[in-house]
Design a protein around this ligand. Structure first.
Ligand code: PEP
Length: 260
């Protein structure tokens, strides 16, 4: 089985009831015209958690899926402000982002905590989208593979062939997130191949089935560069996922690469 193609929009701390309705209506009107009903591409949005109920109402029964931007590694109890996997499932989430670089840097989440969140999501039946990526200083000093290994190893130690093919990895170099400076297709391909090789250490066959997404200043103008790479199975999109035409064009680029 080949890795599934995924186009995921991360709304971050953006949205309102009215803006969400307009955005999703625009996407829902257009997506059926872009792709055949049973396409290999899945479109996903990750709104702020308070809007999951609204998003569930608007997207249920449609071509689109939705997910959370984070989840707790705890099930229940005295963890003020946290949201559990079970709660996300009640609102129809299929996905949860885990370890976004903003969580790692601004909320000091460690790779061990992120691995534990990913396992919690898997055990509950959610697909964790585990984000990894190096800083500009790491890239320029040739430290990228070490950083990615440090981020991935605690996770890989907890996975087995039965669980690994249910994860998604998002490679998001820090220097490309929200900066307008995207990694070129060749850099993304080379890094994704490195990540897939790491996954192959757990299980060779399953590694081929894991979707590895690129994220970092993806927009309509550069999406086909990623769609053309054999190890880029989709994209995680921040800013451009809030603009209907941009998000649609990004999906179209991946649709075109399938030749459906
Ligand atoms: C992100 O938030 O994951 C992201 C990649 O943001 P942007 O597309 O805006 O760079």
């Amino acid at each position: 089985m080949l890795a599934r193609k995924l186009i995921i929009g991360n709304w971050k701390l953006n949205g309102s009831l009215n803006a969400n309705r307009d955005l999703l209506k625009g996407l829902l009107d257009a997506i059926p015209h872009i792709q055949p009903r049973l396409s290999a591409i899945e479109w996903v949005v990750c709104p702020p958690a308070v809007y999951l109920s609204q998003v569930q109402e608007l997207l249920s029964g449609s071509e689109m899926q939705w997910g959370a931007q984070d989840l707790s590694n705890e099930q229940k109890g005295a963890y003020t402000g946290e949201i559990s996997a079970h709660m996300l499932l009640e609102f129809g989430c299929r996905y949860a982002l885990v370890g976004h670089s903003e969580r790692r840097s601004k909320f000091t989440e460690s790779s061990a905590l992120i691995a534990s969140k990913a396992i919690t999501a898997l055990e509950a039946g959610l697909t964790p989208v585990i984000c990894v990526g190096e800083s500009l200083a790491d890239r320029e000093s040739g430290n990228t593979w070490n950083v990615l290994s440090e981020q991935l190893d605690p996770l890989l130690a907890l996975l087995n062939p039965g669980t690994m093919n249910r994860i998604v990895i998002a490679y998001e170099p820090l220097w490309a997130i929200g900066t307008g400076r995207n990694a070129d297709g060749v850099t993304a391909q080379e890094t994704h191949a490195f990540i897939r090789n790491k996954l192959a250490q757990v299980d060779l066959a399953c590694a081929a089935e894991v979707s590895i997404l690129y994220g970092g200043s993806v927009k309509a103008a550069n999406a086909s560069e990623y769609a053309a790479q054999s190890d880029v199975d989709g994209v995680l999109v921040g800013g451009a996922s809030l603009v209907i035409s941009e998000f649609l064009e990004i999906g179209k680029a991946f649709q075109a690469s399938l030749g459906e």
